[in-house]
Design a protein around this ligand. Structure first.
Ligand code: BMA
Length: 395
């Protein structure tokens, strides 16, 4: 949070009338609030600041940014994004898969103790933390991609329920151990059971009923929030690509159980000008605005980024194309994998990468925020309750 590129929230926070535009925004800041009534002050501030920032800007995120890059692994201070654009991302995505097994490292080889340090570092720098969880199949012990039916078995009364609760205890211990400099719990946008519309994970699509998914979600929220007392979480529901509201909401846990609405989309970004990208961005923003939630493009990317103009020509142009869709809070690209499983390659550039110059243009665009441009996301915005109902501004 340095320099004159830091954005001001004054417009969104105060001069509502002047900011009024054609786009429907959150109904009001009073209506728009986190689902946890006992949420920590920092996590509550994060929620409201995400709503304010997205009136004017879109934050850029990268998965595993500090953990490894194209040519390096676990080297302090390093980041392919920073080394290419000059700034760290605004949003840091992390992954908990295998924490449930009490493993020292996650399924991608990231050590959990080191990860705790990186999360603290990113938070201290003012970044936003979001965490996914590719947990193993609790019935077979296979991976998240083992689609043997398992959801019913971990619901209360199911044969694996106790095992699942034990897994949640480990997740709770980790999420509860994330502490800021004053000992405050670090806010986390927690995004379990993602890409649920697809059928490649055991919690997805064909492998459970929508009702079972809803029960799993609610049970998980209740256990971590109410039983384990974690109040530093914003809850992010996410599907894969969707083409209608009904499609998106098929297994939606309900407005009382979700803070953030996300979708993962690696399809509409394969070529410039695909109308599905602005259409889906518009769709998720409208869904979120109607509910007082925060819309995000929770995962995207083009493996290897073979198009040298991809950042501005496909991503930025797609975001700008729709006046509603551009109110997405963030767009996060996937990890710069070093193990090349699942067809992974880099999703963010590194110095010398063919798209590096375009990535710098993307960074410099006033719409897009990196870590050096963020307002204080963890301080309560000025008088959020005074926010009038109405529209997000046009940009
Ligand atoms: C997937 C792939 C996998 C990885 C998993 C969790 O999308 O990147 O290689 O293990 O995410 O990070």
């Amino acid at each position: 949070m340095t320099g004159n590129r830091v954005v001001a929230l004054a417009c969104a926070a105060v001069t509502v009338v002047a900011c009024h535009g054609a786009t429907p925004g959150p109904r009001s800041m009073a209506d728009s609030k986190p689902v946890d009534a006992r949420i920590t002050p920092e996590a509550r501030a994060l929620f409201h600041n995400l709503q304010l920032v997205r009136r004017e800007h879109v934050m850029f995120g990268h998965q595993d940014d500090l953990a490894y890059g194209f040519t390096w692994n676990a080297e302090p201070g390093r980041s392919d994004v920073k080394e290419t654009a000059g700034a760290y991302p605004a949003v840091y995505g992390w992954e908990l898969g295998h924490l449930e097994l009490d493993s020292a490292q996650n399924l991608d080889g990231v050590n959990f103790d080191t990860l705790r340090g990186w999360i603290g570092e990113a938070y201290a720098r003012g970044g936003v933390i979001t965490i996914s969880w590719h947990l193993n199949n609790p019935v077979t012990g296979g991976s998240a991609w083992d689609t043997t039916r398992a959801v019913a078995a971990i619901l209360p009364g199911g044969a694996q329920h106790d095992r699942y609760v034990g897994w949640l205890d480990r997740v709770a211990a980790f999420l509860g151990s994330l502490k800021g400099p004053k000992g405050e719990p670090i806010p986390v946008v927690f995004r379990p059971y993602h890409e649920t519309s697809g059928s490649w994970f055991w919690w997805g699509g064909r492998h459970r009923t929508p009702e079972e998914y809803v029960q799993l979600w609610r049970m998980t929220v209740e256990y971590l929030r109410d039983t384990k007392g974690l109040h530093n979480l914003l809850w992010a529901y996410s599907t894969d690509v969707f083409n209608s509201e009904a499609d998106y909401l098929r297994q939606y846990p309900g407005d009382e159980w979700v803070d953030v609405l996300g979708f993962d989309d690696y399809q509409s970004v394969r070529r410039p000008g695909d109308p599905a990208l602005p259409r889906r961005l518009r769709g998720i923003v409208q869904l979120a605005d109607a509910r007082g939630k925060i819309p995000i493009m929770s995962e995207t990317g083009l493996a290897g980024i073979p198009d040298p103009q991809w950042w501005t020509g496909t991503v930025l142009a797609g975001i700008r194309r729709d006046p509603v869709g551009q109110h997405i809070a963030w767009v996060l690209v996937w990890r710069n994998a070093t193990n090349f499983q699942h067809g992974d390659k880099v999703y963010a550039p590194y110095p010398g990468h063919p798209s590096a110059a375009d990535f710098v243009r993307f960074y410099k665009d006033p719409l897009i925020l990196f870590g050096d441009e963020l307002p204080n996301m963890y301080a309560a915005p000025a008088a959020p309750a005074a926010q009038a109902p109405g529209a997000a501004p046009s940009r």
